[in-house]
Design a protein around this ligand. Structure first.
Ligand code: NDP
Length: 774
């Protein structure tokens, strides 16, 4: 080809990156890998092939870890943990050394990642590896600051971490860097398709002089992941599909293991008619064709405002038709190879089953390897399978909307809630829409921005927990202090037939601001310790929970009120409780047979004051992300929370969880102490006179064990907390897998939780990225 030819065609010339250094490293390592346990590689066992999806060539042989390997890795991590946790500065130095080594070997990592995964070298070189190094730098700082900034937190212990194949090294960095910074040790399982950069990372750990046992890598398929989740670890951190996340939730239920899940998504990409269309098109190329669309937060669901839709689609088709699909090691390639023929088949089948209008980019595809063309499907209805299910490939589905309200409705019409992009030149509109989107991350006039300082994670079936930022450290620490075993409390049952005057009353339920009879029509007598009849308490059932959820939904406005207003109402509740201090104290003493009723009421009033104080002080943060712009970390309420109250304290058991939950904007349905329900039912009258909007707090009475599974499985509850003395933690966590709601259970133990825990449990961090400039 002559220079003249090049000027005439303006075609790309080949720009190949050499695979040689990565292939040499594989040869140096013997092309066969064992696991990395206790600071060294084990001898390879039974192996499977690691293949290059762009060519089908075998790159290396990787060990399928056995139960003995997993046990040895966990034991090594356990042995190393206490010493590793001791010195934050030493940890900072180690993490810094890893970051430096990642940078030093950046090209080797990038080429190896591209060979193993099929992603374009442009992306592994410019995105995956630099972001992984940044994560270690950032968390080197966190290790240094832990003692000073998080003096009341301690490491969780040994972490089991399972990562997927779409960002193999980056996901490893997101897991390992914060875990190590906070003094934990780890056993990580990479995905079967993409183990090689994790093994190179293990080599880097050796070079960095990381103490043995601090990082362990066990390779293999899902069975190894299952072994790891069942192992004696203190925490599981998982990124992958919602289906496997659900299985892990069920498998770990009741084990006491901490859990974070970063799962799938079907993230909306919303384009308003006043958007800068060319920028929005470029953004879309990145949103759905970056990494072949194998991105959990891919902007895979395009919503375009009707007025600009025809023009937008024309421009989009013209742009996608120019995307170059091909050899991932070519630096001028836009879209590389899919990770495996299995993934190619899944995507092909999903698209072929669609009845929408399918447009595939016409550009030539390589004749061998796992390639799929950039694809746009229009004309789908919101309920179509492809509008709802994650395709995890370079396939964009689309529909139109007319008004901003409709855009929000369509955007939220999914079981997922990972990310969202919105495009408009009207900042008022953007900042109005961003808080209304059910997503953990929102990008305004941008997409796929990530940084170690900014939290990432989802809501709904996209999982729970955040990675990155201060909020990400919550997943790798726990509050210092010990817990005590809980004793189940039985209600007093002996009846001497002598009611306490003046009258035997049956306390109703409190739902939607009104006293309501229980759906089942049953109640039970409540006695004093000496057997006198105090009254009757209603027995709520599944339908009463349903009614309470409806009442909470009708009270959504509470979550949009100001912290100042919420504080005023909490103070007012405290004031009204204070006016009836003696009456409540006497009631508590009658119920429990104790004498500390007055102390409990004083404590309840203090608790209400404390959370009134916090209502307008849980500051949001603006994150110093490395770009011209900011990322806001907004502390949003979870929504509807179901609480099983502490049985031992008739009034405090109710106030302790309800006050922080409503102070931070949630609506609550609380099931009162099962043996001592009548202080909570007296409390209605306090609420009724305190200007609390109907439905914000609903109070049920009844059997915790009967109500817990219904609460845990109810799709309308966003979280369930259990402080009950009944042993319900396993059942709640297991049933919560259906909706993947957040749970906070006591595992039959009790302790005093610090403010930071209540704040974190009552809120969800939404990261809103706002780039500056024209
Ligand atoms: P999986 O969820 O199956 O895999 C993620 C990780 O979990 C891998 O390391 C996998 O091992 C491991 N694993 C599999 N089964 C279990 C188990 N029972 N217990 C513990 N760990 C397990 O995702 P896939 O990689 O198979 O991809 C399937 C689909 O998941 C994709 O098409 C996509 O829709 C979605 N996905 C979503 C991701 C996200 O970031 N949200 C990331 C990756 C996939 P191994 O791979 O070795 O089998």
């Amino acid at each position: 080809m002559t220079v003249k030819d090049i000027f005439e065609t303006m075609d790309y010339g080949p720009a190949p990156e050499s695979a040689a250094p990565a292939l040499e490293w594989l040869v140096d390592m013997g092309d066969r890998f064992g696991c990395f346990i206790d600071g060294k590689f084990t001898d390879p066992g039974e192996t499977f092939e690691a293949k290059n999806p762009a060519t089908g060539n075998v790159l290396a042989h990787v060990t399928q870890a056995t139960q003995a390997d997993v046990d040895a890795a966990v034991a090594a991590a356990r042995k190393a943990q206490a010493k590793w946790a001791k010195d934050g500065h030493k940890r900072a130095r180690a993490l810094y050394a890893i970051a430096r080594l990642l940078q030093k070997h950046a090209r080797l990592f990038a080429v190896l990642e591209t060979l193993d995964n099929g992603k374009p070298i442009r992306e592994s070189r410019d995105i995956d590896i630099p972001l992984a190094a940044r994560h270690f730098y950032y968390h080197a700082g966190m290790a240094e600051l832990m003692e000073e900034e998080l003096p009341d937190q301690e490491p969780v212990g040994v972490c089991g971490q399972v990562v997927p194949w779409n960002f193999p090294l980056l996901m490893l960095a997101w897991k390992i860097a914060p875990a190590l910074a906070m003094g934990n040790t780890t056993v990580l399982k990479p995905a079967e398709y993409t183990s090689l950069t994790a093994l190179l990372f293990a080599d880097i750990c050796r070079q960095a002089g990381l103490p043995k046992g601090v990082v362990n890598i066990v390779t293999g398929d899902g069975a190894v992941g299952e072994m790891l989740t069942a192992a004696k670890v203190d925490k599981i951190a998982f990124t992958g599909s919602t289906a496997v996340g659900r299985r892990i939730r069920e498998a770990t239920a009741g084990s006491g293991k901490a859990l974070t899940l970063e799962l799938g998504g079907k993230s909306p990409y919303i384009v308003f008619e006043d958007a800068d269309i060319d920028s929005a098109i470029e953004g879309l190329v990145d949103a759905i064709w970056f990494n072949q669309g194998e991105v959990c937060c891919a902007g895979s669901r395009l919503l375009v405002q009707e007025g600009i839709a025809p023009r937008f689609y024309d421009k989009l088709r013209a742009r996608m038709d120019k995307l170059r699909v091909g050899d991932p090691l070519d630096k001028a390639i836009d879209v590389g190879a899919l990770v495996d023929p299995v993934q190619l088949r899944t995507i092909t089948d999903m698209v072929e089953g669609s009845n929408g209008d399918i447009h595939r980019a016409p550009g030539p595809l390589p004749t061998q390897g796992c390639y799929y063309p950039p694809t746009l499907i229009t004309g789908l209805s919101p309920a179509d399978r492809l509008m709802q299910e994650e395709i995890f490939g370079p396939v964009l589905v689309s529909t139109t909307f007319r008004t901003p309200t409709e855009a929000v409705e369509l955007a939220n019409n999914t079981r997922y809630g990972l990310a969202a992009s919105l495009w408009t030149e009207n900042l008022n509109l953007a900042l109005d829409i961003a808080p209304k989107l059910a997503a953990g991350v929102v990008w305004i006039n941008a997409t796929n921005l990530f940084d170690a300082a900014a939290g990432f994670g989802g809501v709904r079936e996209s999982g729970f927990g955040r990675e990155g930022g201060w909020e990400g450290l919550m997943a790798y620490t726990r509050p210092k202090g010990s817990s005590r075993p809980l004793r189940e409390i039985a209600p007093y049952t002996t009846d001497d037939g002598d009611p306490i005057p003046p009258l035997d009353r049956t306390a109703k339920l409190y739902v939607g601001g009104k006293q309501a009879r229980p759906d089942g029509g049953y109640s039970r007598p409540v006695h004093t310790r000496t057997g006198k009849l105090l009254g009757h308490a209603s027995l709520a059932n599944r339908k009463d929970i349903r009614n309470a959820v409806e009442a909470m939904n009708a009270a959504r406005g509470w979550s949009r009120t100001t912290g100042h207003l919420r504080a005023q109402i909490l103070y007012y509740i405290a004031e009204n409780l204070s006016a009836r201090e003696d009456e409540f104290a006497a009631r508590i003493n009658h119920l429990t047979g104790g004498r500390s009723g007055d102390k409990e009421v004083v404590q309840a009033i203090r608790t209400l004051f404390r959370w009134a104080a916090w209502a307008d002080k849980h500051d949001h943060r603006a994150k110093p992300v490395p770009m011209r712009g900011t990322a806001l970390a907004m502390n949003e309420p979870l929504g509807n929370i179901g609480v099983l109250c502490d049985d031992a304290r008739p009034l405090m058991g109710l106030i302790e969880p309800v006050a922080p939950a409503i102070a931070l904007g949630n609506r609550v349905t609380a099931v009162a102490s099962a043996p001592y329900p009548l202080a909570a039912t007296d409390f209605y009258q306090v609420l009724e006179t305190s200007d609390l909007p109907a439905g914000v707090v609903n109070i049920l009475t009844g059997d915790h064990a009967e109500l817990a599974p219904h609460m845990a499985a109810h799709a309308g509850l966003d979280a369930v907390w259990s402080f009950s003395s009944s042993d319900l933690s396993a059942e709640i966590e297991h049933a919560s897998a259906a909706t993947l709601k957040r749970t906070w259970v006591n595992n039959s133990r009790t302790r005093d939780w610090p403010t930071a825990t209540w704040l974190a449990q009552s809120t969800e961090v939404k990261t809103i990225w706002i780039p500056y400039g024209e």
